[in-house]
Design a protein around this ligand. Structure first.
Ligand code: DC
Length: 223
C-alpha cells in the first residue's frame, strides 16, 4: 500500500523542458522510483489512436485510460506486452495526449495508477500536475522551465536520436500550441504548485539542474 510517509519529489513543467531527464537522474541518485506521468497520457493516446476512438467519445476515451494495460521495465514501456517506448515519443502521439489530457474523466481514470507509484524508499514524479493535484503534499516541488528555443532544440535532438524526422520550425509551433493547451485547460492546468522552486534550465546542463534539485532536497525536510 502506498503510504503518505514515503517521500515524493515532484518535477512539473512544459513539454521538452528536460524534466524527464532531470527527474530520472535525481531518482537514480537517490535510489527512488520514477513516475513519468506524461507516458501514461501518451500510452492512452496510442491506445486511442490504434483503436480509432473518436475524440468526441469521452466515455470511450476514459475507458481506454481506465483499462490501460501497461507496465514499465527500466527505460522500457509496454502497452499490453508490446514495447512501445519509441512509438509513444512520436509528436502525433504527444499532441493527441495533450488533447485527451484536457478531459477530466481521462485524468480521473489515471489518478489511482499514478498514486500507486509511491513506493518505498521514495518517488520522483514528473508531469504537469504532480505538485498541484497528484502529490500536493510532496516534500519538494520543482517547476522546471526553459525557453521555447531551448526546448525545441532538445526535442529536435530527442526525435532525431529516436529515428523520427523533425524540423525546428514545426517543433517550435507544436511546443507553443501544446503549452497553451496544457496551461489553459480548466482541469489540472500546467502551473507551478504553491511552494514550488522555479528552475529555468535554458542555459543549464541536465547535470547542473540535477545538482540543484538534489541540494534543494537535502535542505528540505522530506515528507
Ligand atoms: O510530458 P509529456 O510531453 O510526455 O506529456 C504528454 C502530454 O500529456 C502533455 O502535453 C500533457 C499531458 N500530461 C498531463 O496533462 N499531465 C501530466 N501530469 C503529464 C502529461
Amino acid at each position: 500500500m502506498p503510504s503518505p510517509h514515503i517521500p515524493v519529489i515532484t518535477i512539473d513543467g512544459p513539454t521538452a523542458s528536460g524534466k524527464g531527464t532531470v527527474a530520472q537522474k535525481v531518482a537514480q541518485h537517490l535510489g527512488f522510483h520514477y513516475l513519468d506521468s506524461g507516458a501514461l497520457y501518451r500510452l492512452t493516446a496510442l491506445s486511442v489512436m490504434r483503436r480509432a476512438i473518436p475524440l468526441d467519445d469521452e466515455h470511450a476515451l476514459a475507458k481506454a485510460a481506465e483499462h490501460l494495460h501497461c507496465h514499465f521495465n527500466g527505460a522500457h514501456i509496454f502497452l499490453a506486452n508490446e514495447d512501445v517506448s519509441n512509438d509513444i515519443r512520436a509528436e502525433a502521439v504527444g499532441n493527441l495526449a495533450s488533447k485527451i489530457a484536457a478531459i477530466p474523466t481521462v485524468r480521473q481514470a489515471l489518478f489511482g495508477l499514478q498514486l500507486s507509484f509511491r513506493q518505498h524508499p521514495g518517488l520522483v514524479a514528473d508531469g504537469r500536475d504532480m505538485g498541484t493535484v497528484i502529490f500536493p503534499h510532496a516534500g519538494l516541488k520543482v517547476f522546471l522551465t526553459a525557453s521555447v528555443q531551448a526546448r525545441a532544440l532538445r526535442r529536435h535532438k530527442q526525435l532525431i536520436d529516436k529515428g523520427f524526422s523533425a524540423n525546428m520550425e514545426d517543433l517550435s509551433k507544436d511546443l507553443t500550441e501544446r503549452d497553451a493547451r496544457d496551461s489553459n485547460r480548466s482541469s489540472a492546468p500546467l502551473k507551478a504548485a504553491e511552494g514550488a522552486y522555479l528552475l529555468d534550465t535554458s542555459a543549464m546542463t541536465a547535470d547542473q539542474a540535477v545538482e540543484q534539485v538534489l541540494s534543494w532536497y537535502a535542505a528540505a525536510k522530506p515528507v
